[in-house]
Design a protein around this ligand. Structure first.
Ligand SMILES: C[S@@+](CC[C@H](N)C(=O)[O-])C[C@H]1O[C@@H](n2cnc3c(N)ncnc32)[C@H](O)[C@@H]1O
Length: 405
């Protein structure tokens, strides 16, 4: 048996001890969870219901981590991964699970977060599928590490479960076909210029209108329903365009369900929600901290002939200082970054007390944390609808609708 690393804690398992266990669940990182005599063991690449053989490499305070050696009894939902790098590349976690089962897990995981973090049993709507399951991503950002002796080794993504090292990714089956067509040329061009790089760097490949852009400052155009959005290739824009009509359509239906006449779009980016929802409201006000994105939101309103939307470049909570909309006729849509809303923003949102809040999030854990604060502040949870913007990965977008209790 291999010698354990110096910091290895020898209980309850020896280093590289082989164990057999039944997997009961998936963590929100997509890792299998099983138990031996009540002790939790995490094993990647296995599925609930499976009996597996695993090798322990770490014992933590209240759980152990093990590598998968063999699946002894496979789950019926197990399927052949679509990418030869699945299991080493950190980009995808669920390629070994049928798409239907991925959707079911994402739905269940939101329900469990609500139960465990907020202490509420709430019926989560079934996760809405992406109309395109492969070749859906319109943006990828492969990295490479500092060249060694003028040679770039891997160009790709972090290995699964690691924060350093790069897995070489010549093709990525979740990225759009035009990105995969451009990838060999871009990789070769970087390798030929390797001597220019003193450090590692990140490439950008953004596909819109059938073309691929690699300059983060170039202006690109994405179409959502009848609207078009211009923005900088390196700025944020939802990167699964196939699901955006359904996603924004749901947000629109939820925001105006109670008859609200006014909409505030906080964290509005280049105006995706503000502008796709504008036709349902008398007036719309957006707020976005990134000045360039706020400026694109204004220009996008103009390009699309939308005259009832204004945009402010500021931190989201600034919107409440001079808002003229009557709170009882206003819906506030929130789509913050992964870390969720700031306490100042939530405090002012509660004080403003709009009729409805539609909270869109790419991290249901921080969303549920913020939900608890909003519930204490007098809002009632009405609906929870996950959307699968990221097939084959553990990620999802979740839309929660709240009303004044
Ligand atoms: C998840 S993106 C959503 C953008 C937009 N709703 C969309 O779907 O395209 C989050 C946005 O919040 C912006 N942001 C981050 N912190 C902010 C803050 N404190 N106030 C306002 N906007 C912020 C980011 O620049 C980014 O555009």
């Amino acid at each position: 048996m291999q010698r354990p690393p110096k910091k290895f804690h020898p209980h309850p398992f020896a280093y590289h001890q082989e164990i057999e266990l039944r997997i009961d669940a998936l963590s929100n990182l997509g890792i299998g969870i099983g138990r031996i005599d009540g002790w939790v063991v995490f094993v990647p690449f296995c599925l609930p219901g499976e009996l597996v053989k695993a090798r322990v490499f770490r014992n933590d305070k209240n759980c152990s981590q093990a590598d998968l050696i063999e699946v002894l009894e496979a789950a019926p939902e197990r399927t052949q991964p679509g990418c030869p790098l699945f299991g080493t590349c950190g980009g995808c976690q669920y390629q070994h699970l049928t798409y239907e089962a991925q959707l079911a897990w994402k739905t269940r995981q939101v329900g469990e977060l609500l139960q465990h973090m907020a202490g509420i049993e709430f019926p989560v709507e079934p996760c809405i599928a992406s109309p395109q399951v492969w070749n859906y991503r319109s943006k990828i950002t492969p990295h490479f590490d500092r060249p060694r002796d003028g040679v770039i080794e891997g160009i790709g993504f972090l290995p699964i479960g690691r924060r350093s090292g790069i897995i070489d990714v010549p093709q990525c089956p979740i990225a759009m076909a035009e990105i995969n067509a451009a990838l060999p040329r871009e990789r070769e061009s970087i390798r030929q210029r390797a001597k220019m790089f003193k450090k590692g760097a990140t490439l950008l490949l953004r596909a819109t209108e059938g073309k691929v852009e690699t300059n983060p400052n170039a202006v690109v155009t994405e179409h959502v329903g009848e609207l078009s959005f211009d923005f900088l290739a390196g700025d944020f824009f939802q990167n699964n365009p196939f699901i955006l009509p359904a996603f924004t359509g749901h947000a629109a239906a939820e925001a105006c369900a109670g008859g609200a006449k006014y909409l505030v779009d906080a964290y509005c980016g280049s105006g995706l929600f503000a502008l796709t929802l504008a036709k349902h409201f008398e007036k719309v006000a957006g707020v976005e901290v990134n000045e360039s994105a706020a400026d694109w939101a204004r220009r996008n309103a103009e390009t699309n002939g939308i005259t009832n939307a204004t945009f402010m470049a500021a931190s989201a909570e600034a919107i409440f200082a001079d808002i003229q909309f009557p709170a009882t006729e206003t819906a506030v849509l929130i789509d913050p970054p992964r870390k969720g809303c700031s306490p100042e923003f939530l405090e002012q949102l509660i004080a403003f007390a709009p009729a409805r809040v539609v909270y869109v999030s790419c991290d249901p854990a921080t969303q549920v944390r913020d939900l608890s604060i909003l519930q204490q502040g007098g809002f009632k949870l009405e609906k929870v609808q996950p959307f699968d913007l990221f097939p084959h990965t553990r990620h999802l977008e979740c839309v929660m609708t709240l009303t004044r209790a």
